[in-house]
Design a protein. Structure first.
Length: 413
């Protein structure tokens, strides 16, 4: 059993658990420490969103990505599932040592890795999000002890809290992806500034406009305007303070010395909790529009906002971009009758009866998302049948936005 005191006991795993959640590789450092302190061969976390039949993410430090196929292939054969929620058990005691070794899962998969026993823990979040932890010991050990199980049990309340935090982080990432998609498909550059006016991040459209240094540019990571009047107006906007200015919006045009049409600039203050006003967080959103860039609606943005199927969303987006039914049928290789059938379904879901109404709804809904996000109210969250937010992650449904993640899929159960 690992020592329970100092950085070699509970302190280091807990530190790694919480510090990794917001990083690029959540869970990895925690599992690495857990494996070392339990003298285990592998330590794995399996995450499954609500209603999903297969795991979305399997994290096993030190396992190459190319072995992902073997892991997924054998998941359905594992008899070591359905553990009492929150209770630490081993495969030898839950399934039975001999019964486990006679199972197809053990004989076709586990035995080849020389695994003697597996210690497991299953947790279920309020939203239905599931976590399975599996720690494997090799043939050099007789199995896990009661002290090992007790030690892992100390982490149960912390893992519950970590699971809740992880789910919230992933939801926020999903909302951020929806926002970015909506802004970019409207050909709008977006820039986030902190309270001092320093740039925190900007999307690709804004980055390209700033690199042109035509009317607006970056100087020491701050926005600078070529026109002195615009520069003065923007500095006054940054210096303004007070609770009454929380929702203040500044409109201006950035004249370009190249002679191209002026850029449209909208700057808006974001609502911040008092505790974060001195920290490194978004305080101002700046949107830039270039009259020479034509905005086009994408199917992905429409699907996210209006909750349509991929094909329905593509048809709705194509109509909003000015295509006729005949052109849509040619683009997607389907008959006009099929296009009309999809369109009737779209009308029913969106609550309109004419194409002109649908086009207006598509454009106002997608552009309205930008205003909603910039005002701090957040993007609409998808919810399960029980009303809990769903994690935006692969494996949780084909129509959910994909989240950029670093995934390691395991070859161990």
């Amino acid at each position: 059993m690992p020592e329970l005191k100092g950085v070699d006991g509970l302190s280091e795993p807990l530190l790694r658990l919480y510090s990794s959640l917001a990083g690029e590789n959540p869970w990895v450092e925690f599992l690495t420490v857990l494996r070392r302190q339990l003298h285990a061969s592998f330590a794995t976390i399996i995450l499954t969103p609500p209603t999903a039949r297969t795991p979305a993410i399997v994290v096993t430090p030190g396992v190459p990505d190319f072995e992902i196929g073997a892991a997924v292939k054998h998941f359905s054969k594992d008899p070591f599932v359905g553990l009492p929620e929150g209770r630490v058990l081993t495969a030898n005691e839950f399934v039975g040592r001999e019964a486990y070794r006679q199972s197809c899962f053990y004989q076709q998969y586990v035995a080849s890795y020389g695994i003697e026993d597996i210690m497991g823990l299953d947790l279920l979040a309020k939203s239905g999000f599931q976590m399975r932890m599996r720690i494997c010991c090799g043939a050099g050990r007789s199995g896990f002890t009661e002290e090992d199980k007790q030690w892992l049990g100390y982490f149960v309340p912390h893992l519950r809290a970590a699971l809740d935090l992880y789910e919230r982080f992933e939801i926020e990432k999903g909302e951020e992806n929806i926002y970015d998609t909506a802004v970019e498909q409207l050909s709008v550059g977006s820039i986030l500034l902190d309270g001092s006016g320093a740039v925190i991040r900007c999307n690709l459209i804004a980055r390209n406009l700033l690199e042109q240094r035509d009317g607006i540019r970056l100087v020491n990571n701050r926005l600078a305007f070529s026109d002195t009047a615009n520069e003065r107006s923007f500095r006054d906007f940054l210096r303004a303070s007070g609770p009454a200015l929380t929702s203040r919006i500044s409109f201006m045009q950035a004249e370009r010395h190249s002679g191209k049409p002026s850029l449209g600039i909208i700057a808006r203050r974001l609502t911040m909790p008092p505790s974060l006003k001195l920290g490194f967080c978004p305080a101002i959103a700046v949107f830039i529009t270039d009259p020479q860039q034509q905005a086009g609606v994408t199917g992905a943005a429409v699907a996210n906002v209006l909750r349509l199927t991929p094909m329905e969303a593509e048809i709705a987006a194509s109509l909003a971009n000015g295509l006729s039914l005949l052109q849509i049928s040619e683009v997607f290789g389907i008959t006009q009758n099929t296009v009309r059938a999809h369109l009737r379904s779209v009308f029913s879901k969106v609550g309109v009866s004419r194409q002109s109404q649908l086009v207006q709804r598509v454009r106002t809904s997608v552009s309205g998302l930008i205003v909603q996000m910039s005002s701090g109210s957040g993007a609409p969250r998808r919810r399960s049948r029980q009303g809990a937010p769903l994690l935006h992650s692969a494996g949780a449904g084909q129509d959910r936005p994909q989240v950029k993640q670093t995934r390691r899929l395991s070859h161990v159960p």
